[in-house]
Design a protein around this ligand. Structure first.
Ligand code: HGY
Ligand code: MN
Ligand code: MN
Length: 431
């Protein structure tokens, strides 16, 4: 603990906006961030910890041990999501939940998702140090497969918790190597028995790095997040005709890769046509049976399109289909697109957003309202329980890159705002 522990003590007078003059232990939080970064560490200083990989299994074991050492009751559901419960005075109240994810992208950093889980652990440890018991219980969560890199869609476990998928549908999802979620859970021993969605949650607050440039550019410490933007994911295939690289005249080719190249530029144009809000990314492209001296006959690809407005997403998808049809006709290619996931833009709970704002003000942190460009488990929870998020800056707004970076001070500030938001919610008079 770095400060007085009781609000009413002499010199420990809390700001009117917060109930206790508590602060988390920033150096202990930072130490856990560096310690867990070893699980899947890459030579470039990032983390490659794909969901349900052996590295993910190891960090889950670390997390369970740390939670149990903090006196928390740890449970695991059918999809491997970990729940760590801290009992409250009134166990009839649904817990106030918080957390994020410990899985990463292949070129992940030390903070995306990880900060939210480890700051939650720090909150639990700090409450223990202060001997503070809350009215409502507290629940720290590590959601399975937020990133969606190995298994699609992203945020799948929280989506199942929110009722958007059944557990069976998720367990049957397969990765590029044909391994199912169920098989991968069994391989690391994290297929729990707790039914998905069975655990009550009264509210959910997720701390996360912004993963964008706004807070840093404006010199603000806290993002008071009002919602998440919409996301549409597509799987696609361009089919042409393999032919000899040396003997096939250019006009007679049905080159699938050139078709994809033209579609990629069309997608960029679609996003720019809806600038500055819209974004679109072709993150994967695989030539079927690649060979240096064969004209590509098939390319499989993925596409991620986002915008804060649902109608804009609709317009982008219509423009995409039109562009694909035109390119296919001109180049005599078949371009097949399947939308595999659509996440509507989601507003967060106004009362919880206000609670974050009040905590940030009481703690004296510069802040601004913001909408999340990234998807988060909170965006799924918001459909089922009162939910909000807290952002802190990351260096140059970079994320999903091994150089992802944040400062110890900003991480501690975010964790303090999380702590005091949770105290306000957990000690509020029963609704
Ligand atoms: O894709 C996203 O927005 C998140 O990082 N999974
Ligand atoms: Mn994340
Ligand atoms: Mn991410």
């Amino acid at each position: 603990m770095t400060a007085e522990t009781e609000a009413a003590g002499p010199g420990g007078r809390a700001h009117p906006g917060i109930s206790h003059n508590l602060r988390i232990d920033g150096s202990r939080l930072w130490a856990t961030i560096l310690e867990t970064a070893a699980f899947g560490a890459t030579p470039a200083g990032g983390i490659n910890r794909l969901t349900l990989s052996p590295e993910d299994g190891a960090v889950r074991d670390w997390f369970r041990t740390a939670c149990e050492a903090a006196g928390l009751e740890v449970g695991v559901d059918e999809l491997g999501t970990q729940f760590a419960l801290r009992r409250g005075r009134d166990m009839s109240r649904p817990p106030v939940a918080f957390g994020s994810h410990l899985d990463t992208q292949p070129t992940g950093g030390k903070f995306d998702g990880i900060l939210g889980v480890l700051a939650g652990l720090e909150v639990m440890r700090s409450l223990n140090d202060a001997g503070l018991e809350t009215e409502a219980p507290l629940l720290l969560i590590n959601w399975t497969n937020e990133e969606g890199s190995r298994f699609a869609p992203a945020m799948m476990a929280s989506a199942a918790y929110a009722g958007e998928f059944t557990a069976a549908e998720i367990l049957a999802k397969r990765d590029a190597a044909g391994v199912s979620v169920g098989e991968a859970l069994d391989a690391i021993g994290y297929r729990g028995t707790e039914p998905v969605g069975a655990r009550a949650i009264g509210a959910f607050v997720e701390l996360h790095i912004e993963q964008g440039p706004i807070l840093e550019a404006e010199g603000r410490t806290i993002g008071v997040v009002e919602g998440g933007q919409g996301i549409a994911w597509f799987d696609g295939t361009v089919t042409g005709f393999e032919s000899h690289a040396g003997t096939t005249p250019m006009p007679r080719r049905r080159d699938a890769l050139l078709g994809l190249a033209e579609l990629a530029l069309a997608v960029e144009g679609i996003a720019r046509a809806h600038s500055p809000s819209a974004v679109a990314t072709m993150g994967e492209a695989v030539i079927g049976a690649p060979s240096r001296n064969v004209v590509p006959g098939q390319v499989r690809f993925t596409l991620d399109m986002r915008d804060p407005e649902s109608a804009t997403l609709d317009a982008m998808e219509a423009a995409l289909q039109e562009a694909a049809a035109g390119i296919g006709a001109r180049r005599n290619l078949a371009i097949d697109l399947e939308r595999i996931w659509r996440k509507e833009p989601v507003p967060f709970d106004a009362d919880l957003v206000a609670a974050v704002d009040a905590a940030a003000e009481a703690l004296g942190h510069g802040r601004r309202r913001i909408v999340s460009g990234a998807g988060h488990d909170a965006c799924n929870l918001a459909g089922r329980v009162p939910t909000t998020m807290i952002f802190v800056p990351c260096k140059d707004g970079v994320s999903h890159n091994e150089s992802e970076s944040a400062t110890p001070a900003d991480c501690a500030a975010g964790a303090d705002v999380l702590l005091h938001t949770l105290l306000a919610l957990a000690d509020a008079p029963r609704a």
